[in-house]
Every structure is written in structure tokens, then in C-alpha cells.
Ligand binder design. Structure first.
Ligand code: FUB
Length: 283
């Protein structure tokens, strides 16, 4: 049974293809005090996944408060890898750097990249998006507010003040996908600890929006799993895979979340077709 793709409680997964291999960067899903590190998993075929171990440890990052290591996002530029992460349930968003996708990642600036609330957004759930022209953007925000800002070419500083781009019903977990020259802004809605959690999206002509909510992509299926959300998307050949977490029907703890993959397709008008939760995944 390919879903979940690897054993253990892991959430907020971001999937990538680097140097000929697939990688998933997740949150270790556990009580906040136990969330003190990030790991990465790799695969050659999206089916067999191997843990590459710990890639960043909060023990070496005093400002992190050594808890609540959430929602890693990775981007690569000029041969270097940058990981953007949440620390301390609002202590801030950090950025760390490595020469490899498997780390080790070292805190790049010795302080948070974003430490304050802007426009009411909790500084969590960073997502780095690299546009086709090489310009990188950072999206982030919890407490039902979504922000964005251009990143400078050094990838470790913001080029502009945070901009409020909050779409209707947004809660957290932003993700940007470019498809056929359109910008698909995606996010999680509802509560991550209960079955209301789901993923919705908007389509815009610019990475700045405006983002008008189109509809739901992923949600609880009471016959398969609950609380499907906080996802990422990767183009694979002429299709896309959506990588997300969900709660098995047997589980009630909010931390019991597993990482899964499904195919995600578009209709003829460029709308995303609702994704069906499966046990078969993309195997
Ligand atoms: O995993 C910790 C938090 O749960 C994330 O930051 C939220 O998006 C939710 O998935």
C-alpha cells in the first residue's frame, strides 16, 4: 500500500526533484517540545522512500526556542540549497543553507528572517517559490493571514515589505504553483487538528495576485482518511503529484498525521480537478 509513502508521523510535506532524485521535506509531527529538527526522505521513483536523516537541528539555533520545527520549504539557486522553516510557534521564520539537498543546513543569518507579525499574520509556514525568470518569492502566514515578499538574489533577505495577499477562507500552509503561465496560489483551510482541514486555490496572472478563491482541491474522505491538507505540488512528466498529510481513520491525536502522494490533474479550462484520497497513491 503506497500511501502513506513512509512510516511515522510526518506532516506539512514539501516535495522536490533535485539532482535526479525526489525529496520530501516534512514536519516531524509530535508535541511541540519534541519538534526540534528536520529530516528529509529521498526516492528514485516516488514509491520507495529512504530517510536521509536529520538535516537541520534546532539545538544549534538559539532563537528557535528549540521547539515547534514546522513546515520546511526548500529552494535551490546557483548550486546552493536554502531551507525556510518555522520555529517556536511564532518565534519566527528562519533560513538555512547547504551545498546539498540532504544538508546539513546551517542557519544563514543567525536570527529570524521574519520575526514579527505583519498584517496580523503569524510568522509560520514559509514557502519559497522560484519563478521561471529566476526571481524568488517567499509566501507565509498563519492565523488566517497570507503574506508574500520578493526575496533578494542572495535568497536570505527580503527585497520588499510583506504584502497582504489573503484570499477568502485562507488559514495557513501557502503554496505557489506556476502552470501554463498562470499562478496557482494554494493554501489550507479549516483546523489542522480536525476533519475540516482541506486545501483550496486561486488563479492569478501575477505572483502578487489578486487571488480569488476558485474552490477546494483536497479534503477529508470519510472512507479513506481525514484532515487532508498542508500540501505541495510537483510536475512529473506531463502530470502533477500532490504531496500532503492526512490523518488515518484509526487516529484521533492531532499529531498523528502521515505523508501521502496522489496524482493531481487539470481540466480543459485550467481548473484543478478535485483530488481523490487513495491508498494506492502514485505507485
Ligand atoms: O505542523 C505544524 C502546523 O500544523 C503547521 O505549521 C500548520 O500548517 C499545520 O499543518
Amino acid at each position: 500500500m503506497p500511501n502513506p509513502v513512509f512510516p511515522g508521523w510526518y506532516a506539512d510535506p514539501e516535495i522536490h526533484h533535485f539532482e535526479g532524485r525526489f525529496f520530501i521535506y516534512p514536519t516531524y509531527s509530535a508535541p511541540y517540545e519534541e519538534q526540534t529538527f528536520f529530516q528529509v526522505f529521498s526516492s528514485k521513483d516516488l514509491v520507495e522512500w529512504t530517510s536521509e536523516g536529520v538535516i537541520l537541528n534546532f539545538a544549534g539555533i538559539p532563537w528557535s526556542t528549540n521547539r515547534a520545527a514546522w513546515a520546511p520549504s526548500v529552494a535551490t539557486k546557483d548550486g546552493r540549497y536554502y531551507i525556510y522553516f518555522s520555529a517556536g510557534d511564532g518565534a519566527g521564520l528562519g533560513v538555512a543553507v547547504s551545498d546539498q539537498p540532504t544538508g546539513p543546513f546551517i542557519d544563514a543569518i543567525g536570527k529570524p528572517l521574519v520575526s514579527e507579525y505583519h498584517h496580523g499574520a503569524q510568522p509560520i509556514d514559509a514557502h519559497a517559490f522560484l519563478d521561471d525568470d529566476g526571481q524568488a518569492y517567499l509566501y507565509w502566514g498563519g492565523h488566517s493571514k497570507a503574506l508574500m515578499a520578493k526575496l533578494k538574489s542572495d535568497m536570505i533577505s527580503l527585497a520588499e515589505a510583506p504584502i497582504d495577499i489573503t484570499p477568502a477562507d485562507y488559514v495557513e500552509g501557502p503554496f505557489m504553483l506556476k502552470h501554463q503561465d498562470k499562478y496557482y496560489f494554494m493554501w489550507s483551510e479549516g483546523g489542522w487538528g480536525d476533519p475540516s482541514y482541506r486545501v483550496a486555490y486561486a488563479i492569478a496572472a501575477s505572483p502578487y495576485g489578486p487571488f480569488e478563491r476558485v474552490g477546494v482541491v483536497l479534503q477529508t474522505d470519510p472512507t479513506v482518511a481525514t484532515s487532508a491538507g498542508h500540501h505541495s505540488v510537483l510536475r512529473v512528466g506531463d502530470r502533477h503529484v500532490i504531496c500532503y498529510h492526512r490523518r488515518p481513520l484509526t487516529e484521533t491525536s492531532p499529531h498523528h498525521r502521515v505523508t501521502c502522494l496522489e496524482w493531481m490533474d487539470f481540466d480543459g479550462d485550467g481548473k484543478i480537478l478535485p483530488v481523490k484520497l487513495t491508498n494506492e497513491g502514485v505507485g
